[in-house]
Design a protein around this ligand. Structure first.
Ligand code: HAM
Length: 442
């Protein structure tokens, strides 16, 4: 009998249904956040991963499935171990970094890593991921975390969100140096892998699985942030608090991929064995440039579908909670037609929400979230770093029907300005009436 290859799985029955259900739900939620789908090849050049995921990452060092492109070819290609580098490659190949840098993509499909298989860790697994390009503001970081929270809530998951800031090109070297110093002082207590990591990739010392208690005494990244990174991270927290998202700050959270800057995060579940991260991601402000593009910031995350299925099994097992195809948890009920195409084939966006002045940023953030869930509207939040004119230009460019504008005066009076971009009219409406004023989505 021919058996399946080790680390590769067959998925059927409830597990297959749960995987489709989660992918479908995530796509629906992504459309509420104005992400559009991108479908990419499963193979890319090895060099792409060397220059992005990182030469010193475990993935590139030992986990990729690599083979020559053809019998005559010297070129090496790899089964993709993750989605982010391919999305950046496609973005650059389309010239978007220069022609139209602000983009939002989602993707899903199989990824391949030759890791040691165990519960929650497979050699072929599936990710659903999103990537935002052209946004450096903290609103965007917080928005992705709220989006993750939406998905976790729809699935009734019991998870913990851990958040950190890894700093930038300016402040990271000092943190790196502190870790090297700490690593040298504790050399005898660290594992063999860590001996190699000290000089090559000292941030990974914090991933030492041998002595977890020891790594808790290592320096944390937050003590080394420069003023700009500190302010950025403070704003992320401020917005998460405004939406009552539960999160934990973990100053020793590092990622196994090299491209991250500033905000990094992991969503952990107790239901997937020792492989506890079910969703992970962060900001990568230098990656587009490192791959030969313009200086365009980026941020994204990926859901591990198999791990989320394991976590979701608890929801399914609980007698009182949601079951597959339950009406209340039907992904079709999430934003009924949000993200469907209009007659021209372009994406449907209901509104761009823009804030004027520092005080209104949180209100705009909360209003945008309420429009999406439970409102079912597809909404993009404008960057507070840009002028209103730029927000309106963006709204027109992406074909938004409305612009919702909130400034100081609106803030104190509990109203917003609702600009109908199709009719060219503007009126003031009470925040509480906004969803009704915008009309039904169906
Ligand atoms: P990552 O942390 O390597 O990040 O993977 C994201 C998620 O994929 C993990 O949290 C986990 O749920 C799942 N995963 C990873 N490896 C395996 C495996 N061997 N078996 C099962 N599930 C696995 C990335 O891949 C980044 N590209 C995420 C990102 C997107 N960052 C910015 N944008």
């Amino acid at each position: 009998m021919i058996q399946r290859v080790r680390g590769f799985q067959d998925l059927d029955g409830v597990a297959a249904a749960a995987a489709s259900y989660i992918e479908n739900l995530a796509a629906r939620v992504a459309r509420l956040y104005n992400f559009g789908e991108i479908r990419l090849p499963i193979v890319e050049r090895v060099e792409l991963y060397q220059r992005s995921t990182g030469e010193t990452s475990d993935i590139v060092e030992k986990q990729m499935y690599v083979f020559p492109e053809g019998e005559q070819s010297e070129q090496l290609i790899a089964l993709r171990p993750e989605g982010t580098p391919g999305v950046v490659r496609a973005y650059l190949e389309a010239g978007l970094d220069r022609s139209n840098p602000e983009q939002r993509f989602f993707y899903s499909g199989p990824m391949f890593r030759r890791e040691r298989p165990q519960k929650g860790r497979y050699r072929q697994f599936h990710q659903f991921g999103v990537e935002v390009f052209g946004r450096s503001d903290a609103v965007c970081d917080a928005e992705l975390l709220v989006m993750i929270d939406d998905i976790a809530r729809f699935l009734n998951l019991d998870v913990t969100m851990e958040v950190n800031s890894l700093g930038c090109a300016e402040c990271r070297p000092a943190y790196r140096a502190a870790l090297v110093e700490w690593g040298r002082a504790h050399l005898n207590e660290l594992c063999e892998d860590c001996h190699n990591r000290i000089d090559r990739n000292p941030l990974r010392l914090l991933d030492c699985k041998i002595d977890v208690a020891l790594t808790k005494q290592a320096p944390g990244s937050l003590d080394f942030l420069c003023e700009a990174c500190r302010a950025h991270f403070a704003m992320v927290q401020r917005l998460l608090k405004a939406t009552s998202i539960e999160f934990v700050i973990n100053p020793r959270l590092v990622r196994g991929l090299d491209y991250y800057t500033r905000t990094a995060f992991e969503v952990l579940s107790g239901d997937v064995g020792s492989q506890s991260a079910v969703i992970a991601g962060g900001r990568y402000d230098g990656l587009v440039e490192a791959l030969g593009g313009a200086r365009v910031p980026g941020i994204g995350f990926a859901i591990g579908i198999e791990r989320l299925v394991l976590a979701y099994e608890r929801t399914l097992a609980a007698p009182s909670s949601a079951r597959l195809h339950d009406k209340a948890h039907d992904p079709d009920a999430v934003g009924a037609v949000a993200g469907t195409k209009d007659a021209n084939g372009s994406r449907r966006v209901d509104a761009v929400v823009a804030s004027l002045g520092d005080a209104a940023i949180e209100r705009a953030f909360v209003v945008a979230h309420e429009l999406r869930v439970p409102g079912g509207k597809a909404v993009e939040l404008a960057s507070p770093e840009r002028k209103l004119k730029a927000a309106l230009a963006r709204a027109n460019k992406i074909g938004a029907r409305y612009a919702v504008i909130i400034g100081d005066t609106e803030l104190t009076r509990g109203v917003v300005q609702l600009k109908d971009l199709k009719a060219g009219t503007q009126r003031e409406v009470a925040t509480a009436d906004l969803i009704d004023e915008m009309g039904a989505t169906t």
